[in-house]
Design a protein around this ligand. Sequence first.
Ligand SMILES: Nc1ncnc2c1ncn2[C@@H]1O[C@H](COP(=O)(O)OP(=O)(O)O)[C@@H](O)[C@H]1O
Ligand SMILES: N[C@@H](CCOP(=O)(O)O)C(=O)O
Length: 321
Amino acid sequence: MAVYTEVTDEELSAFLDTYDIGTVLSYKGIAEGVENTNYFLHTTQGSYILTLYEKRVREADLPFFLGLMQHLANKGLNCPLPVSNRKGEPLGRVAGRPAAIITFLDGIAIRRPTAQHCAALGGALANLHLAGQDFGMTRPNALSFDSWPPLFAQAGAQADTVSARLAERTGRELEALKSVWPSGLPSGVIHADLFTDNVFFIGPKVSGLIDFYFACTDAFAYDLAICLNAWCFEADGSFNLTKGQAMIAGYQAVRRLKSEEVEALPILCRGSAMRFMLTRLVDWLNVPPGALVKPKDPLEYDRKLNFHRHVRHAREYGLDA
Ligand SMILES: Nc1ncnc2c1ncn2[C@@H]1O[C@H](COP(=O)(O)OP(=O)(O)O)[C@@H](O)[C@H]1O
Ligand SMILES: N[C@@H](CCOP(=O)(O)O)C(=O)O
C-alpha cells in the first residue's frame, strides 16, 4: 500500500474547508501505487482522489502535471481533472506535504492485458501524444539517460545483494547505451509511466489514464517503448509478439511512426527497461521505515533488458514490415 503520509481526520477536514466539494462521508488510504500517498475520498458531492506528493515529485513540477491533466481533459481525453480550491488554486498543503484533489475515474486496471487491450492502449497513447501537442509548458525528462548513472551510483555495491553480478551487468549496459542513445526524435508530451495500473478499462475500451507525475517532454517512441515493456511481456519473461503487434498497430492507426522512430525502437526499449530497473533497484534498497508500500521487483526489468539487448529490428516487437 502506498501511504507514506498519514492524514488525520482533523487535518483532512481543515483541508477540505478550503474547497467547495461538500463534507467528507468517508476516506481511506489506497492500496495501489508506489510513488505518492493517495486517499480515496467520498464527500456529499461525489468521489475524489486526494494525492499527497512524495519524494520523487518536485514541487516546482506540479503546475506542469496539473496543467497537463487540465489541458488533456479539455481536449476530450479521459484523465482526472484537478479540482480548484475556493481561491481558484489546484494545489494546497496537507500534513506538511503539497497536495491536490482530482476527480475520480471509473474503470478497472487490467492486470493481464490481452492483445485487444494492447491495441486499445496503443491508440490511447497516440491520442495522448497528439492531444499534448499544443500544451504550452515543457518539462525535461528527469529520468532520462543522464539520470541513470547517478541512480546506479545510489545503489552502488548493494546491487549485487539483489542479484549476483548485477552491478557489473548494469555498468556494462550503461556504457553500451551511452554511444547509441538516440537524439532528435519526434518529441512532445509523453506520459512516461503508462503501466497497466495507470490505465482503466470499461469492457474492451480505455476509460481513463491516470498518474501523470512522470509526464515530461521527450521522444514519443520512448513512451511506446515503455508501454511495450510494461504490457507485452508474459509472466514467464517471454515477449508476446501478438500483443506487441496489436499495440504498435493501435498506435499507428492514430499516429504513424517515422522511419527514425522505427529504427530507434530497440534501443529505446533497452533504455526504458534500464530506467525502470534502476528506479526499482533504488526503491528496493531504500524502503522508508514505516511506509506502507510494496516495492517492485528490479530483476523483472533486468531480464527484459537482456531480451532487448538481442533485438535488432522493430519487427521483433511486432512492427509490420
Ligand atoms: N483519478 C483516479 N480515479 C480513480 N482511481 C484513482 C485515480 N487516481 C489514482 N487512483 C487509484 O490510486 C492508485 C494509485 O494512484 P497512482 O497515481 O498510480 O499512484 P502513484 O503515483 O503512487 O503510483 C491507482 O492505482 C488507482 O487505484
Ligand atoms: N511504474 C513504475 C513504478 C511507478 O508506478 P506507479 O504507476 O505506481 O506510479 C514501475 O513499475 O517501476
